[in-house]
Design a protein around this ligand. Structure first.
Ligand SMILES: C[S@@+](CC[C@H](N)C(=O)[O-])C[C@H]1O[C@@H](n2cnc3c(N)ncnc32)[C@H](O)[C@@H]1O
Length: 257
């Protein structure tokens, strides 16, 4: 079992609590923007890469596609997804697997290939986009919702198991070293032991060159803002998302040239 899978197995329950609320960052900042970028899904095939607890897979299912498949490395994240699936009587097909080899796990191609906040766990972006290309229809759309590179650039550099101090959360934009830190949302959750989790920081050029070099065409790029009503209701939270953007969302298709 690799480190990333171990980390996500341990964090699954806390992540579910953090993201499921109707005022979660994802639900209020990320999802409204994704909805504006989505193609028509009725009768289409949808693939959710790094689907975790299935949040987006279920939101897509509400739009009446013919197939939704979700792939994730973490058994515990998928267990939560499958539990919700039973309650919802969902037909989403959840598969345990590594999305850097996604073509090994599926036997069809898709009209929408989607991924949310997962690509900073992938070291080799070029390999990921090549695989994405293999499982996408010729007329298909890809929507990649990324942790914004400004955000990931402040993740502390890995220090061989040592917990970083607060002041080590500062921008090191061009430093591609492994990052290791305690997820900020875990600090507020007593149900999980404090531990380090690791991820990568990719710059804008890393993402865009991997997309372009794979032969994709970029259709749209978004950096969604927090909802304006948060300015009064949660002023500190609002300011923190204005200072440091959380999401970079990119829509791509296969190049026609
Ligand atoms: C931040 S969570 C996002 C989950 C879900 N997309 C969401 O937005 O709620 C990142 C997920 O990526 C998964 N992941 C990381 N690397 C992966 C890989 N190589 N293959 C499949 N899943 C991976 C983790 O197990 C975790 O569930």
């Amino acid at each position: 079992m690799n480190e990333i899978q171990k980390n996500w197995d341990a964090m699954a329950k806390a992540y579910e609590e953090f993201t499921e609320g109707k005022e979660s960052y994802s639900y209020r900042i990320e999802w409204p923007c994704i909805q504006r970028m989505l193609p028509e899904l009725k009768g289409k095939n949808v693939l959710d890469l790094g689907c975790g607890t299935g949040r987006f897979s279920f939101l897509f299912e509400d739009k009446e596609p013919s197939v939704v498949d979700g792939i994730d490395l973490s058994e515990q994240m998928l267990t939560l997804a499958k539990t919700k699936s039973l309650v919802r009587k969902s037909k989403v097909h959840f598969i345990q697997g590594d999305i850097t080899n996604v073509s090994d796990y599926v036997d069809k191609t898709y009209d929408l290939v989607f991924s949310s906040t997962t690509l900073h766990y992938i070291q080799n972006l070029q390999q990921f986009f090549k695989q994405l290309s293999l499982v996408m229809n010729e007329a298909g759309i890809g929507i990649l919702s990324l942790m914004h590179p400004i955000y990931t650039s402040q993740y502390p550099i890995d220090q061989n198991g040592k917990f970083p101090r607060d002041e080590e959360w500062n921008v090191r934009y061009l430093d591609t070293s492994l990052r290791s830190y305690m997820q900020p949302w875990i600090e507020y959750n007593d149900s999980v032991e404090k531990f380090l989790s690791s991820s990568y920081h990719h710059t804008f050029s890393d993402y865009f060159n991997a997309i372009i070099n794979t032969g994709f065409q970029i259709l749209q790029v978004e950096e969604p803002k927090p909802p304006i009503e948060w300015k009064e209701r949660y002023p500190e939270r609002y300011d923190s998302f204005i200072e440091t953007p959380s999401y970079l969302i990119i829509k791509i298709k296969k190049s026609s040239i």
